[in-house]
Design a protein around this ligand. Structure first.
Ligand SMILES: [Zn+2]
Length: 256
């Protein structure tokens, strides 16, 4: 069941199919012919689902970026916060990290979970030898907590202008598991002879991760091109929705 929306709502639009436009943040500005939006035509199974005729895309500065999108169904609209939580970025709870590093079992657990931790298809931790691992990549979401004057716990996720949870790139580190999981950044490891060969691997992985992120950006640009073409085709045919197999053919023909 999707959620009912109203004019002025800011939502994340996320389509179920890969050939449709990439997720974006948008504000609902028009309902169509009257005050009531039209029924959803996406066959989503929710009889109450409505379709809003015009939404304005919201840029990363939290303001409309001039792009308009048309005929968006409520079943493709999600709350901003909910969408952010689903991004699957690893979250570090720094207040509790001492628990992980305070026992040998905790260290083993951390070591194996870091190797299995995937950040959008990239494994953060990698074994170097029995003593050292390298950890490269991923982003942490940031929560800030403090006690106010009355001893009451305050705080929330740090947010970007569009209301999404802010994320910060994790520094690349060497982790020394013979030494209580001591962590060395590139700068720390510089000039420590026993870390020289691990540092070579850390730098190699850092370079590979930067390339990995660049490839993701390129893939995003390809999806943006498809998204623009999708809107063009909707206007050309005067329809509100095109089936996935039709769009796939159009994308193939256009070479995007
Ligand atoms: Zn629907």
């Amino acid at each position: 069941m999707s959620k009912r929306r109203k004019i002025g709502d800011v939502v994340r639009v996320k389509y179920p199919s890969e050939v449709e436009p990439d997720p974006f943040v948008a504000q609902i500005v028009e309902s169509g012919s009257g005050p009531v939006p039209e029924d959803c035509i996406r066959d989503c199974g929710d009889p109450d689902c409505k379709e809003w005729q015009v939404v304005h895309e919201i840029g990363s500065d939290g303001k409309p970026n001039g792009e308009r999108q048309f005929h968006i169904s409520e079943c493709a609209m999600f709350d901003i916060e909910q969408a952010s939580k689903k991004q699957g970025k690893p979250t570090m709870l720094f207040d509790e990290s001492y628990l992980v590093f305070s026992s040998p079992q905790g260290l083993d657990f951390h070591r194996f979970s870091a190797r299995g931790l995937s950040a959008g298809g990239w494994s953060i931790g990698e074994k170097f030898d029995d003593r050292f691992d390298t950890e490269v990549g991923g982003f942490s979401q940031i929560a800030k907590q403090w006690f106010d004057g009355d001893g009451k716990m305050c705080g929330d996720w740090e947010r970007t202008a569009t209301g999404e949870i802010a994320a910060e790139r994790n520094p690349s580190v060497i982790v020394d598991y013979d030494n209580g999981a001591k962590r060395y950044t590139e700068a720390d490891a510089e000039g420590v002879p026993e870390l020289a060969s691990v540092l070579v691997r850390l730098r190699g992985r850092e370079t590979a991760y930067v390339a990995f992120l660049a490839e993701k950006e390129a893939a995003k640009a390809r999806r943006e091109a498809r998204k623009r073409l999708y809107q063009t085709e909707l206007h050309r045919y005067g329809v509100r929705f095109l089936p996935a197999q039709v769009m796939r053919q159009i994308f193939t023909n256009a070479g995007v």
